[in-house]
Design a protein around this ligand. Structure first.
Ligand code: SAM
Length: 269
C-alpha cells in the first residue's frame, strides 16, 4: 500500500501491526515497515520468521481450544488480517464459534471489515489498557462473558512497558472470565532460566527493536508465567512457541531466535 496512504496514516514511521504484516510477507505495509524487518534480519537471519512461528502457535492453540469446547474467542491485539485468522481456525472446528477481534490500530479495523465473512465474527477498535474494555458493546453484543471464553493475547503484552502495568491489566481480564475459560499468551522472551548463554545476543535484538519501533519488552519465563496468575497451565507450560505441541511442516527457528518468543495456555478453574 505504498502509493496511497489513507488519511491519518503516517507512511514514514514504522507501526507494530504493519511491521508484523511485513514479517509475515503481507501487503499491508510501507517501505519503512519492511526496513524494520530487514534490520531484524541483521540481528539473526531467521528473526522475521518469529512472526510465522507465532502464527503457527496461534493456529495450534485455537484449534486445541475449539476442540476442548471453547465456543467464544476474544483476540486482543489481533493485528492485520492474515492467513489463518482466528475465526477461520475456530470455525473450521466449530462453525458456531464466535470471535471478537480487538486492536487499537484503526488500520486493523479498516482491513478487518473485509474479512467479516459471517455474523459470528466482529472487530472492535479498543485499547487493552482501557479498564472498561470488556464492557465495549462490540464485545458484549457477540460474547456472553458469563460463559467460558478463549482469551487470546498473542504478541501484544510485550508492547506494554512495565509502568503500563501489563500484569494488572491481565489480572483484571482474568478475574472477569468465567470458569472454564482459557488464556493464551505469546511474548518476547529473555531465556535467563533456560538458555542464559543466549541472553546477550537476544538483548542486542531488544536494543535494536527499541531504538526503532520503541515498544518491545523481552521478559523472562517467570515473568511471562506470572501473567497466567492462578490459572492451570496446560502441558508443556510456558515454552518457546515452536516447542508448544509442534506439528510437522512448520517453520523451525534456530537459537537465539528460537528462544526469543515463548508462550503458553492456561485454564481457569
Ligand atoms: N495477535 C497477532 C498475532 O500474534 O499474530 C498480532 C500481533 S502484532 C505483533 C501486535 C498487535 O497488537 C498490533 O496489531 C498492535 O496494533 C496491537 N496492540 C499493541 N498495543 C495495543 C494496545 N494497547 N491495545 C490494543 N492493541 C494493541
Amino acid at each position: 500500500m505504498d502509493q496511497d496512504a489513507p488519511a491519518g496514516i503516517d507512511p514514514t514511521t514504522p507501526n507494530i501491526a504493519r511491521v508484523y504484516d511485513a514479517a509475515l510477507g503481507g501487503k499491508d505495509n510501507f517501505a519503512v515497515d519492511r526496513q524494520m524487518v530487514e534490520l531484524g534480519r541483521q540481528v539473526a537471519p531467521d528473526a522475521p520468521d518469529t512472526a510465522r512461528a507465532n502464527r503457527q502457535f496461534l493456529r495450534r492453540v485455537v484449534r486445541e481450544l475449539a476442540a476442548r469446547g471453547v465456543e467464544q474467542f476474544l483476540d486482543i491485539g489481533s493485528g492485520l488480517p492474515t492467513v489463518g485468522n482466528v475465526h477461520e481456525v475456530a470455525q473450521a472446528v466449530n462453525p458456531h464459534a464466535r470471535v471478537v477481534y480487538v486492536d487499537f490500530d484503526p488500520v486493523v479495523l479498516a482491513h478487518g471489515r473485509a474479512l467479516l465473512s459471517n455474523d459470528h465474527t466482529t472487530i472492535v477498535t479498543a485499547d487493552v489498557r482501557d479498564p472498561d474494555l470488556l464492557g465495549h458493546p462490540g464485545i458484549t453484543s457477540l460474547l456472553d462473558l458469563r460463559r467460558p471464553v478463549g482469551l487470546l493475547m498473542f504478541a501484544i503484552l510485550h508492547h506494554l512497558d512495565d509502568d503500563e502495568d501489563p500484569g494488572g491489566i491481565v489480572a483484571r481480564l482474568r478475574d472477569s472470565l468465567a470458569p472454564g475459560s482459557h488464556l493464551a499468551i505469546s511474548h518476547f522472551h529473555l531465556p535467563v532460566e533456560t538458555a542464559p548463554e543466549l541472553v546477550p545476543e537476544i538483548q542486542e535484538g531488544e536494543r535494536l527493536f527499541n531504538a526503532t519501533l520503541g515498544t518491545g519488552r523481552w521478559r523472562t519465563r517467570a515473568q511471562i508465567t506470572e501473567f497466567f496468575g492462578d490459572f492451570e497451565l496446560l502441558d508443556p507450560g510456558v515454552v518457546p512457541v515452536n516447542d508448544w505441541r509442534p506439528e510437522g511442516n512448520e517453520v523451525r527457528l534456530f537459537p537465539p531466535t528460537h528462544h526469543g518468543i515463548a508462550g503458553g495456555v492456561a485454564r481457569k478453574h
